[in-house]
Design a protein around this ligand. Structure first.
Ligand SMILES: Nc1ncnc2c1ncn2[C@@H]1O[C@H](COP(=O)(O)OP(=O)(O)O)[C@@H](O)[C@H]1O
Ligand SMILES: [Mg+2]
Length: 417
């Protein structure tokens, strides 16, 4: 591979559509290889904007704006980093000869739960939770009856848990309908899924180019309110479950095609593995690879995009913990305890220009002899004093208490024994 200098007429140029913390790490990896970086987002001073050669602010859902910018920038590769992008613009760009990562159809399939579910379950024959698609309240009731309670209700177009809820009884359905409606607007559909009582869930990062496919060690994670709060790597799996997980990931990523890294989300129950969903890009739970691997998921993504070899070394078990903002601010400050900066842990601050409650602002990374130890360290150093909440179980139990409530509990325990 030849590496032309950036900012020249012959430079290799990547255009990030979405410039959050994941895009920022991809941009940094690109900078390290002398690749020119153009970062795009819908607000100014997004994390990747701050480390790019060129930054743009546009309405990314607007087909004309996206297409116009693509034509002006003339990138070698277009890397969608979020789901909320005009898919029509990507299809059109591809038609005009631009290289969309991994390809426009894969982006289209994965941004819509209906497309990816039908593709995985019906075309590829993968095991998934039972599901139905509905667009009226009556149909929701029928679907829930057929699937059974509890069931999970999600808008087909949504991410980070928006509009998602669990209906435990028929009485919950109205609330689920309302929650979904708020997030989806009126036009779109809902998916009703069987609630899988999994033992644990994982992300299997899978990188592919034309020549090879590589898997990272499975990543375990804990979700809260539709967002990840802790992840660790490797997640212990039986050899049989691991082999099934890799087979599923290979089928899905081969089916989607193209170059890049994919975050394949799987539920595991005993030796059974259910396909849940897949991101055709680095995955938030995969930030742990910043400490565990010689090549992080971001470096691997870029290598895959460029068609470079995908070899890497798994260095050490590790864990990550997300710093979430507690309030709204236009001058946000991330409070990090000094103990987070030690020989076996460090922090990445995303540099987001504004905070709102629950927004991910930074990540803490730890390493240890085992992932259990690394996770315990991450929990301790980020300030979660919780010693009771179990790590990963079904979503119903996915409740790590807030720092405050834990402190209150401890105080109570201290006073009342
Ligand atoms: N059918 C299901 N059964 C059990 N848990 C589920 C199910 N669907 C989602 N979850 C839980 O909710 C989380 C978020 O759901 P997911 O479909 O991945 O939505 P998002 O696109 O917002 O990430 C999952 O990681 C899992 O913990
Ligand atoms: Mg998910």
């Amino acid at each position: 591979m030849h590496f032309p200098a950036p900012l020249k007429s012959n430079s290799v140029k990547i255009m990030l559509l979405g410039s959050g913390e994941l895009g920022k790490e991809v941009a940094i990896e690109a900078q390290r290889l002398g690749i020119e970086v153009v970062a795009v987002d819908r607000y100014a001073n997004a994390p990747a904007h701050q480390v790019a050669h060129e930054a743009h602010v546009i309405d990314m859902q607007n087909k004309d704006e996206v297409l116009d910018l693509i034509r002006r920038v003339n990138p070698t590769y277009i890397l969608p980093e979020i789901e909320a992008i005009s898919i029509d613009a990507l299809f059109e760009a591809e038609k005009e000869g631009f290289h969309v990562i991994p390809n426009a159809e894969a982006v289209n399939k994965t941004m819509n739960r209906k497309n990816i579910r039908k593709f995985a379950a019906e075309e590829l024959g993968l095991k998934t939770s039972a599901y139905r698609f509905v667009s009226t309240f009556e149909a929701l009731r029928e679907a829930a009856e057929a699937i059974g309670y509890p069931c999970v209700v999600k808008p087909v177009m949504s991410s980070s848990g928006h509009g998602q809820s669990i209906a435990r009884t028929p009485e919950d359905l109205e609330k689920s309908w309302e929650i979904a409606k708020e997030a989806r607007g009126d036009a779109s559909e809902l998916i009703v899924e069987e609630f899988v009582r999994f033992d644990y869930e994982i992300t299997l990062l899978t990188a592919r180019n034309e020549k090879e496919t590589v898997f990272c060690e499975p990543i375990g994670h804990e979700q809260k309110d539709g967002d990840y709060i802790f992840s660790w790597q490797p997640a212990f799996m039986s050899p049989e479950a691991l082999s099934k997980a890799q087979t599923i990931a290979k089928k899905v990523t081969d089916g989607l095609g193209g170059r890049g890294i994919f975050g394949v989300e799987l539920f595991v129950k005993g030796d059974e593995v259910y396909f849940s969903e897949v991101s055709p890009r680095p995955h938030d739970t995969g930030m742990v690879t910043l400490i565990t691997q010689s090549q992080s998921e971001f470096a691997l993504h870029l290598r895959a995009v460029l068609g470079l070899p995908l070899e890497f070394t798994f260095f050490t078990p590790g864990a990550s913990a997300a710093y979430k903002a507690k309030n709204e601010s236009v001058t946000p400050i991330v409070h990090v305890d000094d103990k987070a900066f030690s020989k076996d842990s460090f922090v990445r601050i995303f540099g987001k220009p504004e905070s709102h409650e629950g927004r991910r602002m930074a990540v803490l990374l730890t390493m240890a002899a085992s992932e259990t130890e690394a996770l315990a360290k991450a929990k301790e150093r980020i300030g979660y004093l919780d010693d009771s909440a179990p790590v990963t179980r079904v979503v119903e139990e996915h409740r790590v208490e807030s720092e405050e409530s834990c402190v209150i509990k401890k105080v109570f325990k201290f006073i009342f024994g």
